[in-house]
Design a protein around this ligand. Structure first.
Ligand code: NI
Length: 136
């Protein structure tokens, strides 16, 4: 009997989507205004879903305070109010699209959460645009 426990969090960050080998024109064609050379920000929202068995003693899948602290320490402290392209080494080589940010967050959380639980991360770049990753 699996139950999914979810925690929402958010961070504000700037990014620019571009491939440095491409011309400004090609970057604009592919990435639109997200390739603006002076960067721009998003209010990112994340939902972290942890699925597993309910512990018969504690009644919990994962302590939500523990999950809250993991998200704060691993994600918010690292990414909030940062320029993703400039401040995070990973995005010096990887384009910081919602897809790639979601994978990055999932990988950081995965090593902090017991492997007997499933993990899925949903990342909202805007209220209408969001992506999900579960390691598959
Ligand atoms: Ni953008």
């Amino acid at each position: 009997m699996n139950v999914t426990v979810s925690r929402k969090a958010h961070f504000n960050a700037a990014h620019r989507l571009f491939v440095k080998e491409w011309s400004d024109e090609k970057n604009l064609n592919v990435f639109g205004v997200c390739s603006n050379s002076n960067y721009h920000g998003h209010n990112y929202e994340i939902i972290v879903d942890v699925t597993g068995k309910v512990d018969p003693v504690t009644g919990m899948v994962i302590d939500l305070k523990t999950l809250k602290d993991i998200i704060k320490n691993e994600i918010e402290d690292l990414m909030d109010h940062k320029n993703l392209n400039l401040d995070i080494d990973y995005f010096k080589k990887v384009v910081p699209t919602a897809e790639n940010i979601c994978i990055f967050i999932w990988n950081k959380l995965r090593i902090k959460i017991n492997y007997n639980k499933k993990l899925e991360v949903t990342l909202y770049e805007t209220p209408r645009n969001f992506v999900k990753y579960n390691g598959n």
